[in-house]
Structure formats: structure tokens, C-alpha cells
Design a protein around this ligand. Structure first.
Ligand code: ZN
Length: 289
């Protein structure tokens, strides 16, 4: 999620996903920024991503592109570009990718979501608990829980990691969190990360952080931004990708931007502490899961 605060300076937060090694307290990962090759930019635009803030970096030892609030490997970018280059399946409602988490027929599936670092302290634990609870209150066939006794880092389906990314000095924005892409092979994206620099700089509250975490979980299970066409929730309103296709809409959900949606590209002031999912989100998530 890009989170924005309309204060001086305007700080738009993104999220990073980081996978951790086998340690329970993975080190914080400093993010460096390099230019993205033009050929890769073109592929991202084919898949309807906003590339204005994209940069090349390293994440968990892999070369990745940070685009919107995601880390995508070059392989994932190739796959997404290929999928969207034939403009399939874009006439329905709302904002899923074609990649979803597999659910057994007539069953449910529970994903383990947990922190791999103590870098967020109690704030991180409380925010994650709240995000998980909010998902589980939606009555989906996809359930979430934290690790239980005897389960290790390798048992986690969606790891929550901590990275350190400095603000963008030109746009006066900072990324709060990033997901490691979308589901692949029927499984969720392996992780999302939270930027501890942004947490400190913005004095992020538990509710804000839980919203960010819930948003990144949304990406990890296959949802794109509600306002991917316009990014009208963001200060710059940069086009996220082009001419009106690029996501598979979920029937019954709005075709345009949805100000209160959990899956807005940038979060403004709408952070109802009791309800992360608005009515459209609930409808869309229930249709899909
Ligand atoms: Zn997002």
C-alpha cells in the first residue's frame, strides 16, 4: 500500500516484502536504488503498472524491481507482461490478478502469516494480529493465522519482514510496505515487508500499520489496486499503466476508484479503526475466496 499523508512533506508510504532466512530475527534490509532498464519498464507498463517511482534493487538476495508497493523479480515481470500483452479477461469488475491462492474444492485453506523479525516490536505484533482478525471476520474460505508452538519460519506462508528504505527526496514520499508480488502456482506471494524508516518518520499507529499489513496481504493473495487505472488516491495521480485494462474485475465491485477501499494504491485519511474492509472490499474478497 502506498500510504500518503498530506503534510509537509507529503509522505507516500509503500511496502516492501522481504523473505527472511531461517532466523527468527532476520536483519533489517537496507534498500538501495538503481535505474530500471527500459525494456523492463516497458514490460511493467504492458502489465499496467505505474513505473514513475520504479527502481532496481536487491531484496532477500535477489535482484528485483520495486514498482508501486511491490518487489517483483524479472521472471515475474516477464510472466505478468506476457499475460497482459494479449489483453485477456479485463472486462469484468474489480481488481484481482488472474493469479489466486488455490482453495480445495468444498473446503477452506489456512495460511500462516507471521513476523520474521523483532524489528517492529510490539507495534508490529499487535498490528498483524489485528489484520489477521479482520480477514478472518470476512467469512472467507481463505483463513489466516500466526505461527503456533512448534512451527518455524519455514512453515510461514506469508512472511512479514522489515526493511529500511529512505524517502524519495524528489517526490517527498516514502514507502511504508511492499509485497513480494502476487500468488504463483496457487500459493500466496511469500512475503511482504514493512519499512521501519517510514514507521519511525511518520510515527505510524497500530491501526495504520494493520491497514498497511492487510493491504499487502491483499496483494499477496492476488488483488491489485482498486484505482489502478488512475491512482487517484495518490498525490501525483500518476497513471498506473495505461488504457483501461489490466486487472480482472470482480463482479459486483465498482469499476472506478473506491475511496475507502483497502486496496487503494495510496491510503489517505480513511482509516476507520474498526473496519479495514469496506462493503465493496467485502463483496470482492468473498467472491474470490
Ligand atoms: Zn498496494
Amino acid at each position: 500500500m502506498k500510504k500518503t499523508k498530506f503534510i509537509l512533506p507529503v509522505l507516500a508510504m509503500l511496502f516492501i516484502a522481504s523473505c527472511s532466512d531461517s532466523e527468527d530475527n532476520a536483519p533489517l534490509e537496507p534498500i538501495t536504488k538503481k535505474e530500471v532498464p527500459l525494456a523492463v519498464i516497458e514490460k511493467l507498463q504492458t502489465a499496467y503498472f505505474s513505473t514513475s517511482n520504479a527502481f532496481l534493487t536487491t531484496y532477500e538476495g535477489k535482484s528485483v524491481v520495486a514498482v508501486e508497493d511491490m518487489f517483483l523479480t524479472l521472471e515475474e515481470i516477464d510472466e505478468l507482461a506476457e499475460k497482459f500483452s494479449n489483453s485477456e479477461g479485463v472486462q469484468r469488475r474489480h481488481y484481482t490478478t488472474n493469479n489466486l491462492v488455490n482453495i480445495p474444492n468444498n473446503g477452506t485453506r489456512t495460511l500462516i502469516v507471521d513476523l520474521t523479525s523483532n524489528g517492529l516490536g510490539r507495534l508490529g505484533v499487535r498490528a498483524l494480529n489485528r489484520a489477521i482478525n479482520q480477514y478472518n471476520r470476512q467469512g472467507l474460505d481463505l483463513r489466516l493465522r500466526r505461527r503456533q508452538a512448534g512451527e518455524g519460519v519455514n512453515d510461514i506462508d506469508i512472511r512479514v519482514t522489515v526493511f529500511q528504505e529512505q524517502p524519495d527526496p524528489i517526490r517527498n514520499t516514502i514507502t511504508l510496505g511492499r509485497s513480494a508480488g502476487f500468488p504463483r502456482n496457487g500459493n500466496p506471494a511469500p512475503s511482504f515487508g514493512i519499512n521501519s524508516v517510514a514507521i519511525n518518520l511518520l510515527n505510524t499507529t497500530r491501526n495504520e500499520l494493520s491497514r498497511t499489513m492487510a493491504h499487502e496481504i491483499g496483494h499477496a493473495i492476488g488483488f491489485r489496486h482498486t484505482d489502478f487505472r488512475t491512482r487517484e488516491s495518490c498525490p501525483s495521480r500518476a497513471d498506473e499503466g495505461g488504457a483501461g485494462v489490466g486487472a480482472v474485475y470482480v463482479d459486483g465491485s465498482p469499476t472506478g476508484s473506491d475511496t475507502n477501499s483497502l486496496m487503494q494504491a495510496c491510503a489517505g485519511g480513511n482509516t476507520n479503526p474498526n473496519q479495514l474492509f469496506n462493503a465493496n472490499d467485502r463483496r470482492a474478497f468473498r467472491r474470490v475466496y
